[in-house]
Design a protein around this ligand. Structure first.
Ligand code: HSE
Length: 437
C-alpha cells in the first residue's frame, strides 16, 4: 500500500508537457511538501528520444527504454502518460499501468474521449485513480470544477473556446491581417499544436475535450462520436475582416446542451459579437461558460495550452492522488437518447455567407431566388470583384432554421454558379443578460 505522503512517479513522454512537469516538480518540490505534506519523487522516465534538447536536465533520473517497463515497475506508484494523442503506445501503457495497480495521470484527451469509460472501469476494478485535469483547457481546473465544485448543479449548457491553437491562429489572422497557414508555424513554436495538427485545425481536439466536459457536466455517458465537428481551415482573412465590419469576431466555439435526455454537441466557427467576453479571449487563452440551475452562468478563463499551464494541471493531479482524492466519472453516466447522430433543433439563427461566383448577368438573382424559396430572408448583401469574371458575394441572413439554410446551399450548388465551396458561419447570439451576451 502506498505511503500517503509519498508518491513515486514514472513519467512517459518528455515533450513540452513532460519536460514542464519535471521542471515544475523540481521548482515546487519544497512548496508542495510544505503545503500538503506530500513528497512527489520521479523514479523513472522515458521518451522516444533520450538525447533531444529539452531545456531541462534529466541526467539524474533513471532512464528506461520501454514505456511498458515503467507501467510494470514495482517502484512506481503513479504513471504520468504524456506520449501524445496519435501514438497507440499510450493506450497500452495506460492499460498496463492500471492492470499493475498503478494510478494514472494523463493529458491524452483523444484517447480518453474514445476509451475513457473502459479505462475508468479498469481503474475501479483495480482500486486506482485515473486523473486527467491537463486533458482539457490547459491550466483551467475545469475538470475539478465539474467533478466537485458544481456537483450539486443541474447543468443545462456549456460552451466556450477550448482549443488554444485555433484561437491563437484566428486572433493573429485578425491582428496581423495574415492567412492561417502563415501564422500556424508560430503556434507550433509555442508548443500549442498537436503532433497531428489536423486535430487542432479540423476542430477534432475541441470535440475530444467537449465530449469529456459534457460527460462530467451533464452526468451522461461519453459520447464523442455525436459531436458535430467543423474546423477553421476554410476561414479566410476576408471572412474575419467582413465579420469585423458588422461588429463580430470569428471564434471556434464548442457547445454542448442537454435537455430531455438528449445531448447536442457541436464544434464549429461562429460569429460572436465583439463585446462578448468570448470574443475578447485572445491567443491561446481558453474560456468555458457553464449554465447551472443554482449558479446561473459561470465563466472560467485562462491559459489553454503550453508548457507551464498544462504541467500545473498534471502536478495538481499527482497531489490529488497522494491526498486520496478522486472521482469516478465516466462510469456513472446516464445513457442518453437516440443514435450518435447530431439532432438539429428548432433553434433559429442568422448566418454569414461568402460565395465566389461567376460574374455573369442573373447570377445573384438566381442565388437569391434559392434563398427565398427556402424561406430565407437576406439582411445585408455586398458584392466585390474577386478576379476576372468572378465576384465575391457576402450575405448575412435574418434568422432561419439551419435545415432551411442547408437545403438552400444544396440548391445553390446545383445552379453551378459557385467557383468554390461557400463559407457559411452561424451568427451566435447569447441569451440577453447572460454573462457572455
Ligand atoms: N493543441 C491543444 C490546443 C493543446 O491548442 O488547445 C492543449 O490541449
Amino acid at each position: 500500500m502506498m505511503n500517503k505522503y509519498k508518491l513515486n512517479v514514472g513519467i512517459i513522454g518528455l515533450g513540452t508537457v513532460g519536460s514542464g512537469v519535471i521542471k515544475l516538480l523540481k521548482k515546487q518540490r519544497r512548496n508542495i511538501k510544505n503545503r500538503t505534506g506530500i513528497e512527489l519523487k520521479v523514479v523513472a522516465i522515458t521518451a522516444r528520444n533520450r538525447r533531444k534538447r529539452r531545456g531541462v536536465d534529466i541526467s539524474s533520473f533513471k532512464w528506461v527504454d520501454s514505456p511498458l517497463e515503467i507501467a510494470r515497475d514495482p517502484e512506481v506508484d503513479v504513471v504520468v502518460e504524456l506520449i501524445g494523442d496519435t501514438d497507440k503506445t499510450a493506450a497500452k501503457v495506460i492499460r498496463e499501468a492500471i492492470s499493475n495497480g498503478k494510478h494514472v495521470v494523463t493529458a491524452n484527451k483523444s484517447l480518453l474521449a474514445k476509451e475513457g469509460s473502459f479505462f475508468e472501469e479498469l481503474a475501479k476494478e483495480k482500486g486506482v485513480f485515473l486523473r486527467y485535469e491537463a486533458a482539457v483547457a490547459g491550466g483551467i481546473p475545469i475538470i475539478k470544477v465539474l467533478q466537485d465544485s458544481l456537483i450539486v448543479n443541474k447543468i443545462s449548457k456549456l460552451y466556450g473556446v477550448i482549443n488554444g491553437t485555433c484561437n491563437f491562429i484566428l486572433t493573429k489572422m485578425e491582428s496581423d491581417g495574415r492567412e492561417y497557414l502563415d501564422v500556424f508555424s508560430e503556434a507550433k513554436k509555442l508548443g500549442y499544436v498537436e503532433s497531428d495538427p489536423r486535430l487542432d485545425i479540423g476542430g477534432i481536439d475541441s470535440a475530444h475535450k467537449l465530449a469529456l466536459l459534457s460527460c462530467l457536466a451533464f452526468g451522461t455517458t461519453l459520447n464523442f462520436k455525436s459531436v458535430k465537428t467543423e474546423g477553421i481551415d476554410h476561414i479566410s482573412i476576408e471572412d474575419i475582416q467582413e465579420a469585423d465590419l458588422i461588429g463580430y469576431k470569428i471564434k471556434l466555439l464548442a457547445t454542448a446542451e442537454y435537455s430531455k435526455n438528449t445531448l447536442i454537441q457541436e464544434v464549429s466557427p461562429k460569429l460572436i459579437r465583439k463585446g462578448s467576453p468570448i470574443a475578447q479571449v485572445n491567443g491561446s487563452t481558453n474560456i468555458i461558460a457553464i449554465e447551472g440551475e443554482e449558479i446561473g452562468t459561470t465563466v472560467f478563463s485562462g491559459p489553454g495550452a503550453g508548457m507551464g499551464p498544462t504541467a500545473s494541471s498534471v502536478v495538481s493531479d499527482l497531489v490529488a492522488i497522494a491526498s486520496r482524492k478522486s472521482k469516478s466519472t465516466f462510469l456513472t453516466g446516464e445513457k442518453i437518447n437516440g443514435s450518435n447522430k447530431y439532432e438539429s433543433t428548432s433553434k433559429k439563427s442568422s448566418f454569414y455567407l461568402r460565395f465566389i461566383l461567376k460574374d455573369k448577368p442573373g447570377v445573384i438573382a438566381r442565388l437569391s431566388g434559392k434563398l427565398s424559396s427556402c424561406g430565407i430572408s437576406i439582411s445585408q448583401m455586398k458584392q466585390k470583384p474577386f478576379a476576372k469574371q468572378k465576384a465575391t458575394l457576402i450575405i448575412t441572413t435574418h434568422k432561419t432554421l439551419q435545415e432551411n439554410l442547408e437545403k438552400a446551399l444544396i440548391d445553390i450548388k446545383n445552379l453551378k454558379i459557385c467557383e468554390q465551396r461557400p463559407v457559411c458561419i452561424e451568427i451566435q447570439e447569447f441569451q440577453k443578460g447572460s454573462q457572455v451576451s
